[in-house]
Write a protein that binds this ligand. Sequence first.
Ligand code: CDP
Ligand code: CDP
Length: 223
Amino acid sequence: MSNNIIVAIDGYSSCGKSTLAKALAKKLHYIYVDSGAMYRAVALYFLRNNIDMSDHAQIEEALKNIHLNFHSRDYETHITLNDEEVSEEIRQMPVSEKVSEVAALKEVRREMVKQQQRMGKSKNIVMDGRDIGTAVFPHASLKLFMTADPSVRAQRRYDEIHLKNPEVTLEDIFENIAHRDYQDTTRAESPLVRAEDAVILDNTNLTPEQQLQFALERIEALK
Ligand code: CDP
Ligand code: CDP
C-alpha cells in the first residue's frame, strides 16, 4: 500500500480552491493537479467538434480521441489537448458556459476520474475540483471543502479577468457561477457535496495567506 499524502480540495466555483491548492503544493513540494482544467479541456473539444451530448457512441468516440497532458511550471496549470496548449482558451466564457454540462456526462466523469486516480498513485499530491474527496480519493489524507459568499466570489473572479476580458460584466460572472454551482450540485453523477469527513473552509473574510495557514495547520496535524 502506498503512503503518499493526498490533499483533496473541493468546493463551489471560484472560491479559492486553486489558489490554495497551488500555494500548498509550492510550500510542501507536492504535485498540484487542477482537475477542473481537465473537464474544461474536454468541454473545449466538445465545442470545437460539435459533439452531440445525447449520443453515447459519439461521446465515447470523442473521449478516445482526447489526450490530455499537464506540464507543471511554477505550479501554474499548463494543459495540452492533443498536444495543443489550451491553458488560456479553457478559461474563456464559451468553455465556462459549456463545462458543467459536459462534466455531468457519466462517460466523461468515468474517464477523468480514472486518469486522476492514476496521478495520485505514488506521489504527494494536492488536487482540487468537485468530487475529489468523494469519488476520486475517498481515502485522501486531508479533505477540505471550500466555500465563500457568492457575491464575493463573483467579484474576485471579475477582478481577475476584467482587464483581459473587458466585455465580460460582473453580472455575467455572477450568473455563470450560480448556474455552474446549481448544475454541479444537482447532477446525478457524483454531484458536488461535502464529504462527511471534509473540513469546511469558508474564506469569505480570509486572505489567501490566511487560508494557506489554515490548511497547513491541518496537514501538520496529520504528522
Ligand atoms: O471556475 P472554477 O475554477 O470554479 O471551475 P473549475 O475548477 O475550473 O471547474 C470547471 C467545471 O468543471 C466545474 O464547474 C464543474 O462542472 C467541472 N468539474 C467537475 O465536475 N469535477 C471536478 N473534479 C472539477 C471540475
Ligand atoms: O479555483 P477556484 O475557482 O475555486 O478559485 P481561484 O481561482 O483559486 O480563486 C478565484 C479568485 O479569488 C482568485 O483571483 C484569487 O486570487 C481570489 N482569492 C481571494 O481573493 N481570496 C482568497 N482567500 C482566495 C482566493
